[in-house]
Every structure is written in C-alpha cells, then in structure tokens.
Design a protein around this ligand. Sequence first.
Ligand code: E4P
Length: 224
Amino acid sequence: MKFFIDTANLDQIKEAKDLGILDGVTTNPSLMAKEGITGTNNILKHYKSICDLVDGPVSAEVISTDFKGMIDEGRRLADLAENIVVKVPMIKDGVKALSWFHANEISTNCTLIFSAGQAILAAKAGATFLSPFIGRIDDMSWDGIDLIKQIVEIYGIQGWDTQILAASIRTPLHIVQAAQAGADVVTCPLSAILGLLKHPLTDLGLQQFLDDHAKANANHIIKK
Ligand code: E4P
C-alpha cells in the first residue's frame, strides 16, 4: 500500500518525506485555503512547489463543475509537472471529464466517492485513482472501511485497474484497516501517520534498554 500525505503544508510534506515513507500527496481546495494560498497564480505556484518536493503523484483539484472548465483547468494543472494528477469530483460532467483525461493520457483522481456505484462509474471512465472518503462516512455512523472492502471486491472481480485511494483518514486505525481491506493507497494527515509509531510498551522498553545500558556503562567506568 502506498502512503500519500493529505495536506498542502510544505513543512508537513517535508517531514513525511524525511521519514522515507512518502509516495505522494493529495490536496483539495479546503487544504489549499487552510494554508492561505489564494488566487490562480499563487495556487498554481504552490502546486509546482509541492511537485518539486516529491517524486510521486500530486493530486490537484479542479474548481470548475462543467466539462469544458474541468478540461481547461486540468490541462493547465497537468502542464505544471509530470507528477500532477488532476482531481475531479464525482458528478456527471466529472465522469465525462475523467473519460476525456483518460483518452488524453492525463492521470486523474476521482474524488468525493461515497458509494460502490460511484466507484464503478469512475473505473469505467478510466480514473487512475479513486478516493472513497472513509472518515466522512464514519461521521454519518456508516462504515467507511466496509465501502473500501466492497470496492476492492468489485474491482477484483471485474479486473479494473483504477487504484483505490482510501481518503478522509482520521486515525492510525483507519490506516491499518485500509491496509487490511486491500486499499492500493492511503492518504492521511501527518498526525495519523505519526500515530502509527505510538505504543507505550515501545517507550517503556526503550527506556529500560537505555537505563540498563547507562547503569552497565557507569559500572564499567568505575571499575576502570
Ligand atoms: C483527499 O483526497 C480528501 O480531499 C481528503 O482526504 C478529505 O479529508 P477530510 O474528510 O478529513 O476533509
């Protein structure tokens, strides 16, 4: 399973990259706004900075909701860097745009996926990635991981190669469950990635090793 970071924050992207586990980045208009990036030129410049930082796919979302607007925006985004993936919402014109991008060899990420039916349409339209929103489904007291399992099963049966990108990840447990369910990619905030590190027995065990080493070393110095 590939690891993407779900942020437009350059420091967080660098921190995840330094761990050596980063395969790509996803952003959305809310994440760009959170970083205070406004105006078309600044937004394009920021995407370029992210693409210069990471080698893997960088999802950049279109703002248009009509076919022509999505194509124009997507082409401009794709021209920025080779690793740009045009993020397209699951709406009627979005499906049409996914088909157009597929025919024109531009990578896409179909976003705002909440059902298996939507996942089927996106795969048929040739989406490169598909983003089911696990956390937002859980927020409605449904089961986001169940949707991942269902899509993994359908894509397996049909032999479709659209990559399932588990999105809207909120916790380290979501990451573990997405891996277990067979997601191809998980995109998560840095906090969820770092949360995977945590176990009290690791901290206690390490402290004990360091204490034992320090004691043994102190005796060694005294004996000398
Ligand atoms: C990623 O592609 C999505 O835009 C993102 O994961 C949404 O996450 P959220 O539900 O935490 O906003």
